[in-house]
Design a protein around this ligand. Structure first.
Ligand code: ZN
Length: 144
């Protein structure tokens, strides 16, 4: 049994660009504004995401038990592809066979999930910066 990951999956992960703006102004409150605008855009993108599905789609080709079948020829013409979806939630992993007509929709859902993770990650990054700036500001306010 040959187990082949679908090649199109990693390239299907579109990079989400939100880091267009550079903060030329060293002023912290303007940097805050830039970060807050960035987060606002991330939130907008998150609300427009379609259905989410975690997991990995793989393609497999099988050999059957029938004597003299083409899958045992030389070179073999194996049966397939069969599409299998694997995912885990709450420490429980599951696999399910996917019908070929459903593959496209499943890929969209997987891509949306990956994009959601990218966006959330960018949100967290920007938020950490905001938290640090606010800490610094309150420290300075206490000093002055
Ligand atoms: Zn066969």
């Amino acid at each position: 049994m040959l187990f082949m990951p679908i090649a199109s999956r990693p390239s299907g992960l579109r990079r989400v660009h939100t880091e267009g703006e550079k903060d030329e102004n060293p002023n912290m409150s303007s940097k805050l504004e830039v970060l807050e605008r960035r987060i606002a855009r991330i939130k907008e993108k998150l609300t427009s995401l379609g259905d989410l599905r975690p997991g990995t789609l793989s393609e497999q080709y099988n050999v059957c038990g029938t004597p003299h079948c083409q899958c045992k020829a030389d070179p073999p013409k194996k049966h397939g592809p069969y599409f299998q979806l694997g995912w885990s939630r709450k420490r429980k992993s599951t696999t399910r066979f996917i019908r070929k007509p459903d593959v496209r929709e499943i890929k969209d859902q997987l891509r949306n999930y990956a994009q959601m993770q990218t966006l959330v990650d960018q949100w967290v990054e920007a938020s950490i910066e905001i938290c640090d700036i606010k800490l610094q500001e309150s420290r300075q306010a206490a000093k002055g």
